[in-house]
Design a protein around this ligand. Structure first.
Ligand code: ADP
Length: 244
């Protein structure tokens, strides 16, 4: 928040962390960071720091959860006790159960579930540091981890939020904007297929503002998508160089 007023955006249109309304936080992505996982990714999205590990496709445990005609995707979103200022209980909260479901449902449309009957893919998301928009950053990292595990995908899934702060529609809200702003619209998107896989809204927006927020979030997704593909390529370029 700006120090000298309770406004989140100053008269010049600059936000509390120095960004313009349509500017993303800095994003860093790395693939293949956990040797014990089949696939993994690490994202720094602003001050968010998140690890994602993917396993499978493998036999389902417990077996009764296996589906005869499709693969089962299981996702677990967890925030470390030290990820927020006041210690968070390590036990799964209602919010974490909801976000685990949201992440799973955002990723499922990218997978060929029917080609892997009786198998399961597990994705574990660990939020090491949270600063607003962790569900979006988790989806971006989880999709990369699944791709890194070699699971065939229709497209990568990338996510970004937009929302309303001080009567202005802005992209990629950080924690203070998320809490003090008046609306938050997380969007997950498959850019190559031009398909939205998650659309949520918290707060109140007019139809015009909603449209503007969705468009801004999709533009943000497209920018992060370029970085996602780059992160995947970087890992395999290194492998190729070592082989040569
Ligand atoms: P998202 O992280 O996807 O925006 P929320 O809107 O539920 O999801 O949370 C917004 C932010 O609130 C989180 O990114 C995090 O910074 C903060 N937060 C969430 N849970 C807690 C908690 N238990 N204690 C303190 N801060 C929290």
């Amino acid at each position: 928040m700006n120090e000298k007023s309770d406004k989140l955006i100053d008269k010049k249109g600059i936000r509390g962390d120095g960004r313009k309304a349509d500017e993303l936080r800095s994003v860093k992505l790395q693939v293949g960071v956990l040797p014990n996982a089949d696939g993994s990714a690490y994202i720094e999205h602003g001050k968010n720091k998140i690890l994602a590990a993917a396993f499978g496709p493998r036999e389902m445990h417990p077996k009764h959860l296996a589906q005869a005609d499709r693969m089962v995707l299981r996702c677990r979103y967890h925030m470390a006790p030290f990820s927020v200022q006041e210690r968070k209980s390590p036990a799964p909260s209602r919010r974490e159960v909801e976000l685990s479901k949201v992440i799973k449902e955002s990723l499922e449309p990218a997978l060929f579930l029917e080609l892997y009957p009786r198998t399961g893919v597990d994705v574990f998301v660990e939020v090491l540091q949270a600063d607003g928009g962790t569900r979006c950053a988790s989806i971006t990292a989880a999709a990369l981890a699944i791709a890194d595990a070699g699971v065939p995908m229709k497209d990568l899934v990338v996510a970004c939020a937009a929302g309303k702060v001080d009567d202005t529609v802005v992209v990629d809200l950080y924690d203070a904007e998320d809490k003090l702003g008046s609306a938050d619209v997380p969007v997950a998107f498959m850019p190559n297929l031009n398909a939205i896989t998650l659309l949520q809204m918290d707060g109140i927006l007019s139809p015009d503002e909603f449209e503007q927020a969705v468009n801004m979030a999709m533009e943000g997704c497209k920018k992060i998508y370029v970085m996602q593909k780059e992160a995947l390529k970087t890992k395999y370029m290194v492998v190729k160089e070592i082989e040569e």
